[in-house]
Structure formats: C-alpha cells, structure tokens
Design a protein around this ligand. Structure first.
Ligand code: HEC
Ligand code: HEC
Ligand code: HEC
Length: 367
C-alpha cells in the first residue's frame, strides 16, 4: 500500500508528465551538500548514525522477523513486499522510477520522506530558489503539518491484521511524540506547537484506521476497539471548542458507512487543524477537557477492553499536552500522569475505576 502512496504522491504534481524519478541517498550526501560536517550540512551523518530509519532493513533479518514470517508462512522478510514496503521501500520502486540503481538495504532514506528528487535536485541548491519554488518542483512540503502527517502515517499506522497476529508490534501513529523522537536533522521553521502536531496526527491516524476498517469484510475486533477509542478521544478534543466540530455525533458501531463518514470527516479536520491558529491557551483548554473525562471511565455499557483502549490513547494525549504546557503544570501533574501510564499499561487487567480516580487527581493538578 505504501508504494501506491509513494508513487501517487510522486506523480500528483505532474499528472500529465511521467512521475519524477528517485536519485538515491548518495545523491544528497556530498560534503558540499548534506554529507558534510557542521549544523547546515550534517543531515546524512545524523540519519546514518542516529536515525533508526537508516537501519529499518536490518530489522528484517532479526530473530523476531524470522518468527513473524514463519507464522505468516512467507518465505523471506527481506524480499516480501508485505515487509519491505515499510522497512526497505526501495525494494518496491520499479526500475523505471529510479535514475540509478538504489540499494534497498539503505532502508527509509531521504527521498522516502522528502519525495523523489529528479526535478528538484539541481535547482534546489540555487540561492534564489525559495521554499515555495522547491515545493512546486516536487519537494514534499514537510513544513506543512498535514503533509508531514501523511508522510509518516504511510508507514506508522496501517499494518495488516494477520501481520500483527503473527507477532508484529501494533502500530500507533502519534505525530508529535514520533517527530520529537526522530533525531532532528533540521531546525523547525515557524511556530512549532507540539499539541497542534499531536491533534493533526491523531486526526490523520483516525482517517487511516477508518480506511482500513472500511475495507474489511469482517472488521477486526481489536482494530475496531482502537478506532472507537480514538474517535471518542477526538470528539472529546472537539468539545473543548478549539477546533471545527467535524466528528461530533458520528456513531462508533462497526458499519462500513460509519467508517467511510469518519474517514472523510477526519481528513477534513486534519486539513483545517494544520493551518489553525494555536496559542498556549489552546493547549490549556484541550488539557482541561481531557482531564475532565473521569466519568467516561465509569460507563457500564462499555466493556473493560474498550475502556482500556480509551486509556491507552488518553495517556499519550495528556503526555503530549502536558509536555507542551508550562513547566509548573507539568511538574504538578507528573506523578498522576506516571500513575496513569502504569494503569494503562496492561490491557487484560485494566481497571477503569482506578484509572478514573487517578484522572480526577490529575484534573485537580491542572490549572
Ligand atoms: C506499515 C508499515 C510496516 C509494515 C508493512 C511492516 N512493518 Fe515492521 N515495523 C514498522 C514500524 C513503524 C515499526 C516500529 C514500531 C514501534 O516501534 O512501535 C516496526 C517494527 C518491527 C519490528 C520490531 C522491531 C525490532 O527491532 O524487533 C519487527 C521485528 C518488524 N517490524 C518486522 C516486520 C516484518 C517481518 C514485516 C513483514 C511481515 C513488517 N515488519 C512489516 C512498520 C512496518
Ligand atoms: C523519516 C523522514 C525523513 C527522512 C528519512 C529524512 N528527512 Fe529530512 N526532514 C524530515 C522532516 C520532517 C524535516 C522538517 C521539515 C522541513 O524542514 O522540511 C526535514 C528537514 C530536512 C532539511 C531541512 C533542514 C533545515 O533546517 O532547513 C534537510 C536539508 C533535510 N531534511 C535533508 C535530508 C537528507 C539529506 C536526508 C537523508 C540523509 C533526510 N533529510 C532524510 C524528514 C525526513
Ligand atoms: C517508508 C516508511 C517510513 C516513513 C515514511 C517513516 N517511517 Fe518512521 N519508521 C519506519 C520503520 C519501518 C520503523 C521501524 C524501525 C525498526 O525498528 O526497524 C520506523 C521507526 C520510527 C521511529 C522509532 C520507533 C517509534 O515508533 O518510536 C520513529 C520515532 C519514527 N519512525 C518517526 C517517523 C516520523 C516522524 C516520520 C515522518 C516524518 C517517519 N517516521 C516516516 C518507517 C517509516
């Protein structure tokens, strides 16, 4: 699926022309460009030495991968598109779309995120070439949160249920936390607000989960529970009154029409939020809204598993919002947040009551 996204994104700006081709990471890595020393030219060094994306192929030869492919009855993780599409994406790019042969063992490399460079490689070094000019030439506009979320989510949310059942980690996309966790080879332009990135990322994750569920004949129960929890979380976020109400009232029953409507609404929400004004007050309002949800963990109609899935998403949200708040708020709330993380850790013995009580303590600590 990722290749389709990669190729569709690559072709979209030039629908009438052939898709631009990939040049490969060595094309970016000369010392005068992104392979040098110093803050402006050290992108390749950071990627190679610190960023797991340069080693995603290696994962396919480890023992856990061997177990996963054995369970799936797939002969080899390193050549199966079911694994390489995310761990070694160049394995899936047809020869006609690369300028030079690209070693797919380089993993997730520059153009996997920035887009195929054929049309912008030369001109983007000119000093009179603006960011907008580069984007017109096909460089992906990763400064735009919606574009960035779409880029990361292509590999960070949707994995087939049988792959998860075979032992692959469940994927949970969270743009803010994962953007901070990726070793930074750039300086963030404009006003970066982690909580806004969190919100855009969650809306995009909901869209992708809706898309996956809408395609399943018998929607996977676990995935449906995770989807319903995320929809609940974002409906709660919308109730804070800091965003358009795109998801209000959407039903959570497993039905194709519900998934399709949510997919469209979540996409609209993500687009709107990417350009939304954001201040410290916006973050504070969201935080207060989430801190008030203790009663939602006291709903007798919901199964404990459904509560657990809500808790799983909520703790991550609280973590990102508190991290993006003032240090005093974070300090006061931290012990309760740590406890919430502990309570949400094990799905099978999740206790909604204890979680709700701790949430009330946290609400008392939030200004
Ligand atoms: C949709 C993209 C995607 C696909 C398809 C995918 N993976 Fe992954 N895989 C990931 C991501 C992202 C992580 C990191 C998850 C995390 O840390 O939470 C990961 C983590 C892993 C891990 C755990 C990390 C480690 O070092 O042990 C293994 C093993 C793995 N993948 C193997 C596979 C195999 C084998 C396949 C094919 C059957 C596969 N993956 C298919 C995206 C994918
Ligand atoms: C996993 C995704 C990903 C990969 C892989 C990746 N980048 Fe980036 N890169 C980003 C994001 C996100 C940004 C920040 C947004 C922006 O400035 O465009 C960025 C920013 C940049 C910038 C702008 C730096 C600045 O401060 O203005 C350069 C240059 C760059 N990347 C080069 C590279 C090179 C060269 C490679 C390969 C060695 C690479 N990137 C690999 C995601 C990625
Ligand atoms: C072409 C697929 C691909 C794209 C695009 C991609 N990643 Fe990843 N990423 C992976 C895979 C595969 C792993 C798992 C690494 C492993 O253990 O093998 C991973 C791991 C990570 C990790 C470490 C594990 C985790 O989940 O915390 C972070 C952080 C991360 N990616 C952030 C990002 C961000 C931010 C973006 C977008 C700017 C992005 N990635 C885009 C494939 C991708």
């Amino acid at each position: 699926m990722f290749t389709l996204i990669l190729l569709a994104a690559a072709g979209s700006a030039y629908a009438a022309e052939p898709a631009p081709r990939f040049v490969g990471a060595p094309g970016c890595a000369s010392a005068m460009c992104h392979g040098g020393a110093g803050d402006l030219r050290h992108q390749t060094t950071i990627w190679q030495k610190q960023d797991i994306h340069s080693r995603t192929y290696n994962t396919l030869v480890n023992a856990r991968s061997a177990q996963i492919v054995a369970a799936l009855k797939t002969p080899d993780a390193t050549t199966s598109a079911r694994c390489t599409s995310c761990h070694a994406p160049f394995h899936e790019v047809p020869p006609g779309l690369v300028l030079n042969p690209i070693d797919f063992k380089t993993g997730v490399s520059c153009e996997s995120c920035h887009g195929p460079a054929e049309r912008w490689l030369r001109p983007h070094t000119r000093t009179d070439f603006s960011h907008a000019d580069r984007v017109t030439a096909g460089l992906r506009d990763l400064r735009n949160l919606y574009v960035r979320a779409n880029t990361c989510v292509a590999c960070h949310q949707t994995v087939d249920n049988d792959i998860v059942a075979a032992g692959h980690p469940e994927l949970l996309f969270e743009l803010d936390g994962q953007a901070v966790a990726q070793p930074r080879h750039w300086r963030e332009k404009g006003d970066w607000h982690g909580p806004r990135a969190w919100f855009v990322g969650q809306a995009v994750a909901l869209r992708e989960m809706s898309w996956q569920l809408a395609r399943e004949k018998n929607p996977d129960e676990k995935l449906h529970a995770r989807w319903a929890a995320l929809l609940w979380l974002l409906q709660t976020a919308e109730a804070a009154g800091v965003s358009p109400k795109a998801l209000a009232g959407l039903p959570t029953e497993a039905a194709p029409a519900n998934f399709t409507r949510t997919q469209e609404s979540a996409d609209k929400l993500a687009r709107d939020l990417a350009d939304a004004e954001w201040t410290a007050d916006t973050t504070a309002k969201l935080l207060r809204q989430f801190a008030k949800t203790a009663a939602d963990f006291n709903d007798p109609k919901l199964k404990p598993a459904a509560h657990a899935r809500r808790a799983e998403r909520l703790v991550l949200a609280l973590d990102r919002l508190l991290t993006g708040s003032d240090p005093v708020a974070l300090l006061k709330a931290e012990p309760h947040l740590t406890r919430l993380f502990q309570l949400a850790q094990s799905l099978p013995d999740f206790e909604p009551g204890a979680f709700g009580k701790t949430l009330e303590l946290l609400a008392g600590a939030v200004p």
